[in-house]
Design a protein around this ligand. Structure first.
Ligand code: ADP
Ligand code: MG
Length: 513
C-alpha cells in the first residue's frame, strides 16, 4: 500500500455488483486500483502473479462456496488482507468469516465509497499488525526454544506450565512430558526442602537469589544432574502469575571442582604425613641416643657381674628390651624416610629372614608366610632399613588383598639378564641381578589398576585406609638402588611383585665389613 493508492483484487462473479463496487471505489481516497476476477481459481492465479494490498472476496463463486473460499484463498496467499462481501447483514456469517481469517466483511447493499475505503484501510493495517505479531512470536519462540539453557514456566505451587525443548537434551524428558508435573518431583530429596522454601517465598520476591545454589535434578535415565538456576517473576507487578526459571547443567563443572578439592585433600594428607614423618624421625634420632646409653650402661653392669650371678639375666633382659626398642626406632625412621642412607653390602636372604617375624605378626594368622631362599645368593648394596620397609609395604598390601586369608611367599634368586631380556624391563641395563619376589594369593588387580599402582596417591582403598604411597615409596627406593620393580597380577588369582637389585661386584663384596 502506497500513500496515494491501494491495489485491490475484486473476486466477484456478479457483473452488476462488480460495476457498482468499481464505481464506488473510483471515488474513494486514497485511490483504489481494482483488478477483477470471476472465479477463485483465476483470482489465485492472479494473486500469485501480482502483488495486491487486499482482496474483496465474494464467498459464493462458480468454483467455490461459503467459508471454505476464505481458507483456499489464504492457503494460496498467506496473510493477504481479505474483506468478505456478504449479501445481507448476517452477523453470524461475519463473525465466522473473521474466525476463518478474513479481516472484515462488507454488506453489499452498503457500498458508500468512504465506508468502503475505510474498511479496506483497516483490513490492510490489521493484517500487517498480525503479521508482525506472528513474526515477533516466532522470534521469541526461537530465543527460548533454541536456547542452550532450559527455560520453564512455573505456577506459584511449582507446577510446570511450559518446558523449553532444551529440557529433552539436558534432562531427557520429551517435549510436554513434564507439563503439569510439579518441579519438586524431579528435585533430589536432599534439595527438595530448600527448593520448596524458595517457591513458598516466591510471591514476596520479585526475583530469586541470583543464581540459586545448585540443585540436583533427576535425569529421565535416573541419574542426577547438577543444575544451576535463576528465577524471575513472569510479571514484576504481579508475581502471582508465576515464575520463569532459567536452568543450566553444571554437572561437569561441579565434578571438576570436587576432583580438585579431592586432589587438594590428598596433597594436604601428604604434607601431614611428611610433617608426622619429620616429627617421628626427630624423636627416633633422640631416642636412638638414649638407647645407645642404655646399651652402654647395661654392658658395663654385665662386666661387674661374674658368670652365674643371678642378676645377669635381669641385665640381659634390659639389653633385649633395648634391642626391641631399636627395631621400633628403625621402623619409625623408615616411615619418616629420614633414615640416613646407609647402603651396605647385604645378603637379602638374611634381611628377609630377620624381617619375617615382624611380617608374620603384621599379616596375622589367617595368612601363611613362606620363604624360599635361593642358595648362594649374590650380595647387593642397599640400605637395610629401606629393604625392610619395602618388605613391610609389600606385606601390608598382600594382607589387604587377602581378607579371607591365603598365603604369602617370598622368593629370592640370582638372575643374569641378557640384553634382550633387560630391554623389555623398564630400562634395566643388562647384567647380573638379585631378584626378590613377593607373591600373594589375593584378589589380584585388573589391568587398569595394575597400570597405575606405582603412581603416588593411587589407591583403590577407602579413605583413611590407603594413602597410595606404599608402592610409590618402594618404586623410589628400588630406582635409587639402581634396580627395577615389576608386577604380575591376575584377578582373583593373586599378585607377584618382583624387585631386581644389581649384583655387587665380588671384590667390593669381600672388602666390606
Ligand atoms: P595403598 O596400599 O595405600 O592403597 P599402595 O601404593 O601400597 O597404596 O598400593 C596402591 C594400590 O595398588 C592399592 O590400593 C591396590 O589397589 C593395589 N595393590 C597393591 N598391592 C596389591 C596386591 N598385592 N594385590 C592387589 N592389589 C594391590
Ligand atoms: Mg599399601
Amino acid at each position: 500500500m502506497s500513500a496515494e493508492s491501494i491495489s485491490v483484487l475484486l473476486v466477484e462473479d456478479d457483473d452488476l455488483y462488480a460495476q457498482v463496487l468499481r464505481a464506488a471505489l473510483a471515488k474513494s481516497t486514497p485511490k483504489v486500483g481494482v483488478e477483477r476476477r470471476r472465479t477463485l481459481a483465476d483470482a489465485i492465479t492472479q494473486l500469485q502473479a501480482t502483488r495486491f494490498d487486499a482482496v474483496l472476496l465474494d464467498l459464493n463463486l462458480p468454483d467455490s462456496a461459503g467459508l471454505d473460499t476464505i481458507g483456499r484463498m489464504l492457503a494460496a496467499a498467506p496473510g493477504i488482507p481479505i474483506v468478505v462481501l456478504t449479501a445481507t447483514a448476517e452477523s453470524d456469517l461475519a463473525v465466522a468469516a473473521v474466525q476463518h481469517g478474513a479481516q472484515d466483511y462488507l454488506v453489499k447493499s452498503e457500498t458508500d465509497s468512504r465506508y468502503l475505503s475505510r474498511a479496506l484501510r483497516y483490513a490492510i493495517e490489521r493484517a500487517g499488525f498480525q503479521a508482525e505479531l506472528v513474526n515477533r512470536e516466532q522470534q521469541f519462540r526461537a530465543l527460548i526454544e533454541r536456547a542452550h539453557d532450559i527455560v520453564v514456566l512455573l505456577g506459584l505451587d511449582g507446577s510446570i506450565r511450559y518446558q523449553s525443548p532444551a529440557t529433552e537434551r539436558v534432562l531427557g524428558y520429551s517435549p510436554e512430558e513434564l507439563v503439569g508435573a510439579n518441579v519438586l518431583e524431579i528435585v533430589h530429596p536432599d534439595d527438595r526442602e530448600r527448593a520448596a522454601g524458595i517457591l513458598a517465598d516466591w510471591p514476596h520476591e520479585e526475583q530469586s537469589p541470583d543464581p540459586l545454589a545448585p540443585f540436583k535434578v533427576r535425569h529421565k535415565d535416573g541419574t542426577w544432574r547438577v543444575m544451576e538456576a535463576a528465577g524471575r517473576s513472569v510479571d514484576s507487578t504481579d508475581p502471582m502469575q508465576g515464575m520463569i526459571l532459567n536452568a543450566r547443567d553444571v554437572t561437569e563443572r561441579v565434578r571438576a571442582q570436587e576432583k580438585l578439592l579431592e586432589t587438594e585433600a590428598k596433597l594436604r594428607q601428604a604434607h601431614k604425613m611428611e610433617a608426622v614423618g619429620r616429627l617421628a624421625g626427630g624423636i627416633a634420632h633422640d631416642f636412638n641416643n638414649v638407647l645407645t646409653a642404655i646399651y652402654g650402661y647395661a654392658d658395663l653392669l654385665l662386666e661387674e657381674f661374674v658368670a652365674g650371678d643371678p642378676r645377669r639375666s635381669d641385665v640381659e633382659e634390659i639389653r633385649r628390651m633395648a634391642e626391641r626398642a631399636a627395631t621400633l626406632t628403625r621402623q619409625l625412621l623408615a616411615f619418616s624416610r629420614q633414615q640416613m642412607l646407609q647402603p651396605q653390602i647385604l645378603d637379602l636372604n638374611i634381611v628377609i629372614e630377620e624381617v619375617q617375624r615382624m611380617l608374620a605378626r603384621m599379616i596375622g594368622t589367617d595368612i601363611q608366610l613362606f620363604f624360599e631362599p635361593s642358595r648362594e645368593l649374590w650380595p647387593v648394596k642397599a640400605d637395610r632399613g629401606q629393604i625392610e620397609q619395602v618388605l613391610m609395604n609389600l606385606g601390608g598390601n598382600a594382607r589387604d588383598a587377602m581378607p579371607e586369608g591365603g598365603s604369602l611367599t617370598i622368593r629370592t634368586s640370582n638372575r643374569e639378564l641378557a640384553a634382550s631380556e633387560a630391554g623389555a624391563m623398564d630400562g634395566l641395563a643388562p647384567g647380573d641381578y638379585v631378584a626378590m619376589s613377593v607373591t600373594d594369593t589375593g584378589v589380584g588387580m585388573p589391568e587398569q589398576v595394575r597400570r597405575h599402582v606405582f603412581e603416588p596417591f593411587f589407591t583403590t582403598k577407602a579413605q583413611g585406609e590407603g594413602t597410595g604411597l606404599g608402592l610409590a615409596t618402594i618404586y623410589g627406593i628400588v630406582k635409587q638402588s639402581g634396580g627395577g620393580i615389576f608386577v604380575e597380577s591376575e584377578e582373583n588369582k593373586g599378585t607377584t611383585f618382583t624387585i631386581f637389585l644389581p649384583r655387587i661386584a665380588p671384590d667390593l663384596a669381600t672388602s666390606s665389613p
